[in-house]
Design a protein around this ligand. Structure first.
Ligand SMILES: Cc1ncc(COP(=O)(O)O)c(C=O)c1O
Length: 456
């Protein structure tokens, strides 16, 4: 196996940075101007984390492509980190959004679309009763509140290296001694994380049982597979055991499908036959119009009704003036009904398989010590030889030099991956040619890295 020469990585990175500057002059000048009025020079702080000197400024986007202000075209496998998973500006959703916008955007009253979307969520995820929010973060926050309310317990259990949005309780991690601490970078934590959170590694059932046996755990807030530190899949039998343990210790099970909807129209809950008490999901539901949802089982819904103070429902910590607004429900109805359909998922998952096979072909033919992993139409490659079994293993496999280099190399050749790790997502508009373009450029990048290509 060829070693990756770190000097070569740095030389290539310098060259790619220079190419980026040349290809993005207008973006560069917009970025410089933006510093005068935007904190960090960007609309949201995480946009500073793209490789290159500044983010690329977008002119317009359509389907699985976008064009920047310098006239460069891109195949988009980032898709707004799932916010654009329906493809950019899908015609049917855009028409429904425009129609509803012209008929009223937000009223504090339901429209007919709400119950339709509720029924569709039940068809997909199996849970009977739904409410809507604007973000997956809010869906998680409100579900956690209800879980605490009905169980009369205080703590949330999360997987180490999880991400569930900006939910205070979820910014907990295990330190080297196995203690619960705040994750690096956690801004202004309200209280110490060990007061709110129990942390276990995914696939560690012994640790989960110890956490639940404390009797303090209101809810397990779990992704069915970790997707925010590379993809870490559950081992066979893991979810069945999680369900049993939750039932045994009276802890509710919340499955966050925001990213794992890549597994199919009803996410892993449907694809793997999971039995959660709560499902949350956001991002993709309304084709990018802020839309998210949380659904409860029959039994939990009854407990929620029993604990509801109807007179104070608007000030109880579960709310949001714009939540459930007419525009996001119209967007969800059109997107779920006609864009992110069962047929579309079939095509997207086939493209995911093609992407995986392409990457595997490059890795094997160049004998680099890396691997690729897939969850439906979401694919990820990691720069370590074998699959990570836990979040900690996946975190240890992140490569602070190779990750940004591969991103920038692809971006300079018109292919956008999800930032911070190497993730690609297929949309209904993605084509086999798009996938093959990635394989081709990825192959060129690896050739250069191992000294077979022009930099060698
Ligand atoms: C699994 C998961 N849940 C929830 C969220 C939060 O989504 P949002 O930032 O749209 O609230 C994210 C965001 O990446 C996520 O990955």
């Amino acid at each position: 196996m060829p070693d990756i020469d770190r000097t070569r990585v740095r030389t290539l990175m310098d060259r790619e940075r220079e190419t980026f500057r040349e290809r993005h002059r207008r973006s560069g000048s917009l970025a410089a101007d933006a510093k005068a009025s935007l904190l960090f020079g960007v609309p949201m702080n995480w946009m500073t984390r793209w490789p290159g000197d500044h983010p690329v400024f977008v002119d317009h986007a359509e389907g699985a492509r976008f064009w920047d202000v310098d006239g460069n075209a891109f195949v988009d496998f980032c898709l707004g980190d799932t916010g654009g998973m329906a493809g950019h500006a899908p015609k049917i959703s855009v028409e429904a959004i425009a129609t509803q916008a012209a008929r009223g955007i937000t009223l504090m009253l339901p429209t007919e679309d709400a119950a339709w979307v509720g029924r569709e969520m039940t068809r997909r995820f199996g849970l009977p009763y739904w409410n809507f929010t604007l973000t997956a973060t809010d869906a998680n926050r409100f579900a956690i509140r209800w879980a605490r309310e009905v169980t009369e317990r205080s703590k949330v259990v999360v997987h180490n290296w999880c991400y569930h949005g900006s939910v205070d309780e979820s910014f907990a991690a295990l330190d080297a001694a196995g203690r619960v601490v705040a994750r690096d970078g956690n801004v202004g934590k309200p209280v110490d994380l060990d007061e709110t959170t129990l942390v276990v590694e995914i696939n560690d059932l012994g640790a989960l049982e110890r956490a639940l046996a404390t009797g303090d755990a209101a809810v397990c807030l779990f992704e069915p597979a970790l997707t925010n530190i590379g993809i870490v899949l559950p081992e066979p039998g893991y979810h069945e055991a999680v369900r049993e343990l939750c039932s045994k210790y009276g802890t509710l099970l919340l499955i966050d499908e925001t990213h794992t909807i890549s597994a199919g129209p009803g996410g892993c809950t449907e694809a793997w036959g999971l039995q959660p008490d709560i499902v949350t999901i956001g991002k993709t539901l309304g084709a990018g119009i802020p839309s998210a949802a949380y659904g409860f089982s029959e039994e939990l819904s009854q407990r929620v009704y029993d604990h509801t103070d109807w007179r104070n429902a608007d000030v109880g910590g579960v709310g949001g003036t714009l939540a459930g607004n007419a525009l996001s429900l119209a967007a969800m109805r059109a997107t779920l009904g006609e864009v992110m359909t069962d047929d579309a998922f079939e095509r997207m998952i086939a493209l995911g398989e093609r992407f995986e096979a392409g990457v595997r072909g490059v890795i094997e033919s160049r004998s680099v010590p890396w691997h690729v992993v897939r969850l439906g139409c979401r694919v990820e490659y990691l720069f370590r030889p074998d699959r990570a079994r836990t979040g900690s293993e996946a975190a240890a496999g992140q490569d602070d030099e190779l990750d940004p280099l591969i991103h920038l190399y692809l971006l300079n050749r018109g292919v956008l991956m999800t930032p911070f790790h190497n993730m690609a997502l297929m949309s209904p508009a993605t084509t086999a040619e798009d996938v093959d373009r990635h394989t081709e450029v990825f192959g060129e990048a690896v050739d250069e890295l191992i000294g077979r290509g022009s930099a060698g």
